[in-house]
Each structure stands twice: as C-alpha cells, then as structure tokens.
Write a protein of this length. Structure first.
Lengths: 294, 321
C-alpha cells in the first residue's frame, strides 16, 4: 500500500510537469488548429536556460524561472512570426511540416558544439533536497515546489483566459477568428500572445523537469512533448482543465506501468489509453463535440 | 489490344531500367554504396506511394506509416529466416506476406480509428506507431528470432535492383490505375467532401478502409524489401521519425501527386546521403541543421508541394492523355 501511494506521488510529479507542456499545446491548437511540434523543443530550451542560469550565474530560483519564461516566450513568438504566420492561409499540412522542420532545427542546431552541445548534462540542484517521511511515504521538497509552481501557473492561466481582456480576445479568436477580426480583435497579436503564453509555461516546465529529473539533453523535449500533446488530446484539446486532467492521467499510467510491469512498456501505455479514450469519446474526456453542418 | 500494348510498354520500360542499372552496377561504373542508396530510394518511394494513397488521395491523416513498414519488414524477415532460405520464389512470397500482414493489421486498426476525423486520426495513428515501436522493442519476449531491442540479424541479402524496380513499377501502376478507376473517384470524393460523398450514396467508411489498407500494404512490401537489403532490422528503423520522413516526402511532392512523391523520394534520400558525403569532414552534424531550414523554406515558398498538380504523362489518366 505504501508502495502504491509512493507511486501515486511520483506519478503526480510527472503529471504536473506534463501539464505545463500540455497547456501550451492545447492553447495553440485551440486557436490556430496546429499541432505545434516545436513546443517540446521550446521546453528543452527552457531547461537549458535553467541549467545555465543556475550553474554559470548562480541566480536565485525566482530569477531562473523569470529568465526561462522570457527566453522561451521570445523564442516562441519569433518562431510564430517567421515560420507559421506566412502559412496561416496555406493548407494546414504545410504549417505542420514547417512545425516539424522547426522542431528538428531547434534540436540539431542546439546540439552543435558551439551552442548547447550534443551530450547529456547534469542539471544542478538549485536548493538542497529535503525529504519528509510520513508513515513510510517519502515526499521531497522538489515535489512540493513542482506542485506549488504548477498550481500557481494553472490558476494564473485560468485568470488570464477568463478574467482579462486578452483572455476574452483569445477565446473569441479560438471560436471564430474571422469574425473576431471583424469585431476589432487584433488576431495576429492574439495568436502571438498565445504562443508566448504557452511557451512561458513550457519554460517553467523545463526548469522544473530539470530539477526533478536532473539530466538534460537537446533531444529531451521530443518524448515529453509528444506525451503532453497526447495528454491534451486525451483531456479534450482546447480545454485547459482537460489538459491538466489528461496530463495527470498520463503521469499516473506511466509511473504505474514502470512500477508494476516493466519500464520498457512505459512509452506505449500512454497511447493505448489515448486510443481507448478516443474510441469512447472522440473529442477527449472533457472535450465538447461540434456538430458538422452541411 | 490496348491492354497488350501497355503491358508490352511496361515490360520494356522495366527491362530497360532494371537491365541498365544492373549493368552499370555490375560493371563497376557506379559505386556499390550508391547502388545501395538507389535501392533504398526505390523502397522509400514504394512506401511513400502507399502514404500518398492514404493521405494524398483518401485524405486520411496518418502519422504511423513506419509501423506498417516495420510490420512488413519483420514479417517478411521472419518468414524468410525460418522457412525461405535463399529461394527467389520464397522471397516473393515473403514480401507479399509482409504486405498482407500490414494490410491485415491496418484493417484491424482501421475498424475503430477510421471513424475519427483528421487530426484525431493523426494522433491515433501516431499512438499506434509508438505502440508498435514498443512491441518491436520487446518482440524477443514472444519470438526470440525477432531480436527485440538488440535488433534482428541473420537476414539473407535478397533485395536486388530488378526486385526493387519491379515493385516500384507495380506500385506506380496500381496507384495510377486505382485512382483513375471507379474506386479512385469514390476515394477522391471522400477526400474532397465526406458529407457530400455520403449523400451521393458512397459508403465513405468502406472507401476510407480501401485506401488505408492498400496504402499500408505498400508499406509492408517496402518493409520486406528494406529488411532484405540491409539484412539487419532494429526497432529504431521504424520509429516516429521514419513516419515523418515519409510524410515530408508526400507533402513536399504535393499531396495526391504520384510524380511528386516519386521524385521527392529520390531527392530526399539522395539529399540525406549526399550531404553526408559532400559536407566537409567535421561539418557532417550540420546536415540536420540544413535540412530543416530547406524544409521550412520550401514550405514557405511552395505550400502546395513542389509538383503542385502536375503529373508526368505516364502517370496521367486516360482522359488527360
């Protein structure tokens, strides 16, 4: 039983990190209907910014998060303006292939020796690790930081989307971007803002991932990115609570399979669950179905 | 009479192509390394024509093509290794069995998933691709011959230039003749507007299934050829990136364009290998920095694909010729 509860906590830790990445996917998909494959690599850049600011400059944790957020936001807005904006009215697949191109470029460009380098780098711990033992169940302060920061980010995001003018514009563009534009919403600005907001969360996620699983590499963003996107689809794409729910399910299932079956099946289970859920509810757990009109 | 004439033409084209390339390779005019790359390009072209049927013509967004390539490769390699020996007839049977296995799995996967729409189908097939990669990684736990994560060895080298050219020509003919048939028009109508097609009395699910299964069978045959070209299989040969490779080829060529898919298959493989040779030593890692840039620039300049709607004369329908 203790072992099970311990695994649940480990799964939560993983699920919260996935949630931060999944939110970026779900927002971008909700607005421009694009699977932004480069998002996982923005997350990787966030982790590397964390690595450099902690190891080289020894900045305090708050400054580390802020620099990762700023760095990732700038990067994502640049990507959006240079690569996706010119293709907004082209067939959707052209944007998707471009997204794959951007993803490959970020991975291989940053793995050059002159940039981040091709090796695995150990991520420094920005604070000493403390663990609390409660009836045989271990909880570390790393987990506490992850739960706290992620919860804060999700609450902040809910506030931005549902309580601010920009959030209302985002929802309008997501609902119908042509009409939103006619109503005076600056569609281009809203889309850039959405990319930036998603990337900011990915930046936070990157630093947290580095702290929790202290090894980084320029290709580290691919699998978490794919799983986070899957989580977003699982929860219902375009839906913020859905992305968090999907990510938590993803984290739990993966941890449970590693703990009770074998870690070699870890990458598969997430997708088995996804396919089963899509068969039962093709728009995801919390997704609303749109009726097709002729 | 017409059938006979086109048959003679096809056989002549086959003999000419296979004969001349085999001669050039055999006489030592072409480096064996490049001959191998040429065969790989033909194999990739067959697999890409398969995805072209699935995505280009039927409009089914599939991100798991490499899984079917892998199923064909492992099936053919297993059959040849256990029963086939070195016989050419057994090789043909193994390749067809590989294609059949892929088609059968595609049918089973298609039953539930082809009801999903566009991006959801994409993510479901992506998921299937990753599940199959996990299965290949753990394959040795149910069939030790498959090797699992250590890779499968001891596959006979059976793939030759006449074989790959033969299957390439067959695949082109099958796609061309299907697309310009009654089935083809139904498939295209499903891609253009599913609801309209359905109201006209077309069983859209059935035609989606036809497109999906045919395309996956192509991937299966191509996988079998691949296995017997490199004589070694590893699960990483069939991961997500291999699906993406094929998708890039089909999109760059122009969706639903046979000529584009054909040319870009060769272009893509030779670009990958060419950069390996022509970049100065120490700069080879720049390969994957340059390729994405090229990819992005191509998409920005020609979002409809390099060939757009233009087809080579021999791939056009009767009416258009």
């Amino acid at each position: 039983m203790d072992y099970f509860v311990q695994q649940v906590i480990n799964g939560l830790q993983l699920g919260f990190v996935y949630a931060l990445i999944a939110l970026g996917y779900t927002m971008v998909y909700g607005i421009v209907r694009l699977i932004n494959f480069a998002h996982g690599d923005v997350f990787m850049v966030g982790a590397f910014i964390g690595l450099y600011t902690i190891e080289r400059f020894q900045w305090p944790l708050a400054a580390v998060f802020v620099s990762a957020v700023v760095g990732c936001t700038v990067l994502a807005v640049l990507i959006e303006q240079l690569a996706y904006r010119p293709l907004r009215h082209a067939p959707k697949i052209a944007s998707l292939i471009t997204a794959i191109g951007v993803s490959l470029f970020l991975e291989y460009f940053t793995s050059l020796r002159q940039v981040f380098g091709p090796h695995f780098y150990s991520f420094p711990r920005p604070f000493p690790v403390v663990s609390w033992n409660w009836h045989g169940i271990l909880v570390t302060n790393i987990q506490a930081v992850i739960f706290l920061v992620t919860t804060l980010c999700v609450l902040l995001l809910q506030f931005i989307v549902f309580r601010t003018k920009m959030g209302r514009a985002m929802r309008a563009v997501s609902f119908d971007y042509v009409t939103a534009g006619l109503m005076g919403v600056n569609v281009n600005m809203v889309i850039s803002f959405t990319f930036g907001l998603g990337a900011a969360l990915a930046g936070v996620g990157g630093v947290l991932y580095g702290i929790a699983y202290p090894q980084v590499n320029t290709f580290m963003g691919f699998m978490p990115g794919l799983k986070a996107f899957t989580a977003a689809v699982l929860g219902g794409i375009g839906n913020i609570p859905g992305a968090v729910l999907g990510a938590l399910i993803m984290g739990q299932s993966e941890t449970m399979v590693s703990a009770y079956l074998s870690s070699t099946y870890r990458d598969g289970i997430a997708f088995v669950i996804l396919i089963l859920v899509l068969l039962w509810k093709p728009t995801g757990i919390l997704g609303t179905s749109r009726t097709e009109k002729v | 009479m017409r059938l006979l004439r086109s048959l003679v033409k096809t056989v002549a084209a086959y003999a000419l192509l296979a004969g001349s390339i085999s001669f050039l390779a055999g006489a030592g005019f072409v480096n064996p390394y490049w001959v191998q790359i040429l065969m790989l390009a033909c194999i990739v072209a067959i697999s890409a024509q398969g995805l072209n049927i699935i995505y280009g013509f039927t409009g089914l967004f599939s991100l798991g093509h490499a899984a079917f390539y892998g199923i064909g490769a492992y099936t053919a390699a297993y059959l040849m290794k256990t029963y086939g020996g070195q016989s050419q007839a057994a090789f043909l049977a193994a390749l067809l069995a590989g294609g059949g296995a892929s088609a059968a799995v595609a049918y089973l996967i298609g039953l539930p998933t082809l009801r999903l729409t566009s991006d959801y189908l994409g993510i479901a097939t992506l998921g299937f691709g990753i599940i199959m990669k996990v299965v290949f990684d753990n394959a040795d736990s149910f069939l030790p011959e498959l090797g699992g994560a250590r890779g499968m060895t001891g596959i006979a080298k059976m793939t030759t230039i006449p074989w790959v050219i033969f299957f390439l020509i067959v695949s082109l003919l099958v796609v061309r003749n299907t697309i310009h048939s009654r089935y083809g028009r139904a498939i295209l109508s499903v891609r253009e507007d599913e609801i309209a097609a359905e109201t006209m009395g077309i069983d859209t699910f059935q035609y989606k299934m036809v497109g999906f299964v045919t395309g996956c069978a192509f991937a299966g045959v191509a996988g079998g050829l691949y296995a017997h070209l490199y004589t070694f299989l590893h699960p990483s040969n069939f991961d997500f990136f291999k699906s993406i490779d094929i998708l890039i080829i089909v999109v760059l060529g122009g969706l639903g364009n046979m000529s584009g898919t054909l040319v870009v298959s060769f272009g893509w493989i030779f670009l990958l290998e060419g950069l390996r040779v022509f970049l100065p030593p120490g700069y080879v890692e720049l390969r994957w920095v340059l390729i994405p840039v090229l990819l992005i620039v191509t998409m920005l300049l020609r979002p409809q694909g390099i060939f757009g709607a233009h087809e080579f004369p021999f791939l056009r329908g009767k009416g258009a010729r």
